[in-house]
Design a protein around this ligand. Structure first.
Ligand code: WTA
Length: 655
């Protein structure tokens, strides 16, 4: 959803959906209990989180200090406590839930595998022992570049078990993107697979990994390779180790390595408005607490749930709501490896039916795509086990919300539209399904213990009933990022610098209505949200100018019906501006080049060649103008301050 489209639909949206009586009667949190939580957090913010951390997490050494703000805004939580994330996700369920399913898995070709908590625990211990045998220990970085198979979760849990820091790179990223992340993290081990299945094709993970290693990655000693597809891949016996040769022979016992609460659990690279992707660093104790409490509050998660979060583990949503949160709660998760439309448009609904999915959590882009395929597909399947629907990653337009509500939710199921970020670690603003009425397109209200405000340009908090401005978080929370790996300066500047360290600045603009409901308007920085994936315009521009034919490039987002936003690039060539067939050919070459530099998800949908970019006399590119041009809007802005006003016509494709 583009900002202006969204504002338009938001301004005309006044429908309110009360929570369903059937849901309320059995909900973990009803309005009274929610009010009590909010009151407790308002009374004593730090104590509120301290009490929850004691109650929800298993500590090997209990903490005595809840919040250390002596180095603010580098906050530290539960500092003198020790715990292990994998012990919290697995070991503590072995007594009561040992024979309960932890993972139900289905591959694109229909292959299925199930793991009970006891089996998953044993597998994770084996993988952890294999990592140790490969020389990995506490604090070492391990990059994971895998398909969406149970072994990806095992690899994450195994790292956590021995105190190694994992950093997952989404399988859709290119070898260059993989190399950059391996190098920035200084990883010693890469865990990958021969390939994955997606859309009837093989995703060539091992080949990309080999390319990445050929380009650099000097810190890397070994590559652990899972055989998933079984197709032929290159294998360097000095460096590569097959998973099936090292893992099965390990012991199924591996005592967890107890780590300090602040010990980094993982790094996850995400795009910002400047420079290279940044390694968001998350802690062990605080992160896990956020993932767990939000599973309980927002998803009302309980023992008999089958929780399907469709996100890949390469994104933060897959970390918090596939791997850590639901397992820490002892739930059953569903993992599906492939595309939603293979072999046909009913696949998601068939999976939901066959596995008895009770909670379904996906992104608006998927909802819009499924909506387009028609109501007949979901109607063919028995979705009666579903009891809660969720949305994440981008603003959901009211039309898609209504379809989700009517066709999938049969007008009965609560929808939780959850706002959060890689940096926040867990959900920040969302309806509580048994307590908060919903409005299509609004993520409603902040969760207990999360202090959200709207501020203006000057950083003044807007208290009015109808406020629009920057979304900020005014108090630290346990699952917040701790820093940017290797770059604390950038952490301070990016998230805290704008208003002199007073607030965490999320980078989103928002509107809060008269009922205190939040409506997220989109990014205020140069970050695009394409199909719920964050992409920095700068990253794509650097990828484009790294091609020898390109002198300069400017990238903006354009509203797109399914993807939310699509990538639109204005390109200035080194020689003559190409035209006709030559332009088409170069556009294709550049698209493929971006695919190789970053990944297919960053390929521009449209490339327009021009002789110059619209620049002010001080040399600044007028991005606002480019955004209007990309949308095909009539140019009403004042272009007289441009150094080269005549260029506008050409950029608009009229010359
Ligand atoms: C956007 C994904 C509106 C927002 C968990 C944020 C949303 C960015 C929502 C973070 C939502 C996420 N409504 N916008 N419910 N959820 N966003 O780091 O712009 O991949 O800043 O984390 O996605 O994207 P990220």
């Amino acid at each position: 959803m583009s900002e202006s489209q969204n504002i338009k639909s938001v301004l005309t949206e006044d429908r309110v959906f009360p929570q369903s009586a059937a849901f309320v009667s059995q909900a973990r949190l009803d309005a009274d209990r929610l009010a009590a939580l909010h009151a407790a957090a308002a009374r004593d913010h730090v104590g509120f989180w301290g009490d929850l951390a004691k109650k929800e997490l298993g500590w090997q050494t209990p903490f005595t200090r809840v919040l250390d703000d002596s180095q603010a805004p580098n906050y530290r939580w539960f500092t003198d406590g020790k715990l292990n994330a994998s012990a919290n996700c697995l070991d503590r369920h072995l007594g009561a839930r040992g024979d309960k399913l932890a993972i139900r898995f289905e591959g694109e070709k229909g292959d299925t595998r199930n793991y009970t908590y006891r089996q998953l625990h044993a597998e994770v211990c084996r993988v952890a022992n294999a990592l140790k045998a490969l020389g990995i220990g506490k604090g070492d970085r391990v990059v994971i570049y895998m398909p969406m198979v149970p072994e990806a979760v095992m690899a994450m849990q195994a790292c956590a078990r021995i105190g190694a820091i994992h950093s997952i790179v989404f399988g859709g990223f290119s070898s260059t993107a993989l190399k950059d992340r391996i190098e920035d993290a200084g990883a010693r081990l890469l865990i990958t697979a021969d390939g994955g299945h997606r859309g009837g094709q093989i995703v060539e993970l091992k080949r990309a990994a080999d390319d990445a290693l050929a380009q650099g990655c000097k810190t890397l000693d070994k590559v652990l390779v899972l055989k998933r597809t079984g197709h032929d891949v290159a294998f360097d016996a000095r460096r590569d180790v097959w998973w099936h040769e090292i893992v099965p022979k390990q012991s199924e016992r591996c005592d967890p390595q107890w780590v300090e609460s602040e010990h980094p659990l993982f790094l996850l690279y995400t795009s910002g408005s400047t420079g290279k992707p940044k390694g968001i660093q998350h802690s062990t104790g605080g992160y896990l607490l956020g993932a767990m409490t939000t599973c309980q509050w927002v998803f009302d998660l309980r023992d008999d749930d089958v929780f399907w979060c469709t996100a890949d583990v390469g994104w933060i949503t897959g970390h918090s709501y596939v791997c850590y949160g639901p397992l820490a709660c002892g739930a059953t998760i569903l993992m599906y490896e492939g595309a939603p439309t293979v072999p046909d448009a009913g696949r998601f609904w068939k999976i939901a039916q066959d596995h008895g999915v009770t909670i379904f959590y996906t992104a608006p882009t998927a909802i819009r795509a499924l909506m387009r395929l028609g109501d007949d597909w979901p109607k063919r399947y028995d979705l009666s086990k579903l009891r809660l629907l969720g949305s994440v990653g981008e603003p959901i337009n009211p039309e898609a919300w209504m379809w989700y509500h009517k066709v999938i939710g049969k007008e009965q199921l609560p929808i939780v539209d959850t706002w959060w970020q890689t940096e926040t670690g867990s959900i920040m603003i969302s309806p509580i399904p048994g307590a908060v009425p919903t409005k299509p397109g609004s993520c409603t209200k902040p969760l207990p213990g999360i202090a959200v405000e709207v501020v203006d340009e000057a950083g003044d908090v807007l208290t009015g009933k109808d406020a629009g401005g920057y979304l900020v978080i005014t108090k630290p929370w346990p699952s917040m990022l701790r820093t940017i790996w290797n770059d604390n300066e950038r952490y301070l500047k990016t998230y805290w610098g704008q208003f002199s360290n007073r607030y965490y600045v999320a980078g989103d603009s928002t509107h809060r209505d008269e009922d205190g409901y939040y409506w997220i308007m989109g990014r205020i920085d140069d970050v695009l949200n394409v199909s719920g994936h964050r992409l920095g315009t700068m990253e794509i521009e650097s990828a484009l100018v790294s091609h020898p034919a390109v002198a300069e490039a400017a990238v903006v987002g354009r509203p797109h019906e399914i993807k939310g936003e699509s990538v639109f690039a204005f390109v200035i060539c080194r020689g003559e501006r190409p035209r006709g067939a030559e332009a088409e050919q170069l556009a294709k070459t550049l698209r493929d080049h971006v695919g190789r530099e970053i990944g297919a998800l960053a390929k521009p949908d449209e490339i327009r060649f021009a002789d110059n970019l619209p620049k002010t006399r001080s040399g600044k590119i007028m991005r606002r103008l480019l955004r209007s041009i990309a949308k095909g809007e009539e140019i009403t802005q004042d272009v007289s301050t441009l150094e080269n006003p005549a260029i506008v016509k050409q950029l608009a494709g009229q010359d």
